[in-house]
Design a protein around this ligand. Sequence first.
Ligand code: ADP
Length: 272
Amino acid sequence: MQPPGPGMPAKALPGVRHVLAVASGKGGVGKSTVAANLALALHKLGHSVGLMDADIYGPSVPMMMGLGTVDQRTTPFPILKYGLKLMSMGFMVDPNQAIIWRGPKVAQAVQAFLFSVDWGVLDYLVIDLPPGTGDAQLTLTQSAPLTGAVIVTTPQDISLIDARKGLRMFREVKVPVLGIIENMSHFIGDDGKRYDIFRTGGGKKLAQEAGVPLLGELPIDPRVAECSDQGEPIVSKYPDAPIAVAYLTLAQTIAHETQNRQAPEALPEVQL
Ligand code: ADP
């Protein structure tokens, strides 16, 4: 297969309708959790969905999905679980084993995940990017026709500063930013009341500033971490939890935002 590059026709993923990147400026804001639960929520709405873990150094999809390394001779990629097609470096290398690679190898891995894995026909390929603006981000935006990126942030100012950088990077590489997702936005008590634990409104402020929609506000739920540790994301494990309902609403909003968008015909030409 000819490696893709800037300006080339973007037809390398012919069966995939929308490639969606889930990004964040910094780690720990819940980006991987959002990518996994969003993928499941899109699947619940009836879409066929793949989830690609582009965090080569710190893969989290296997643990969140209750999986580990597999025997590649007997288990073809992508791996199926909870109705999703999954690919992650953590299926190939034990996540506890450090991967020490230079940038070009990260780029190669991202390209192999995109183009050598048989994704088949998908409505959405959700890509969990590592935090920040590094090799994986650049490779992805230079290789695959992205419908758009969503940026995950938390309400605090410090998280917003990094989110802004992420937003700027996507603009520079000419990938549309579909909007902002505010995670750990508030807490809903047993009394049904909403409590703003952190300062509130950060996601909204960032969205307004950037002129993009605030796609969703996801509450804090202590069961999210428990679900990750047990290998079943909350949307699947506790489908009636307020956060699971918020994920379904988010998936509907994203489906609506993407329905009239086409993946670009050609990869964007950018000067880096
Ligand atoms: P990132 O991918 O941004 O580094 P993770 O998805 O690994 O972040 O999430 C960081 C931690 O926060 C994990 O322990 C995860 O279970 C927890 N978490 C994420 N979202 C929520 C939430 N809405 N409520 C409670 N805990 C959350």
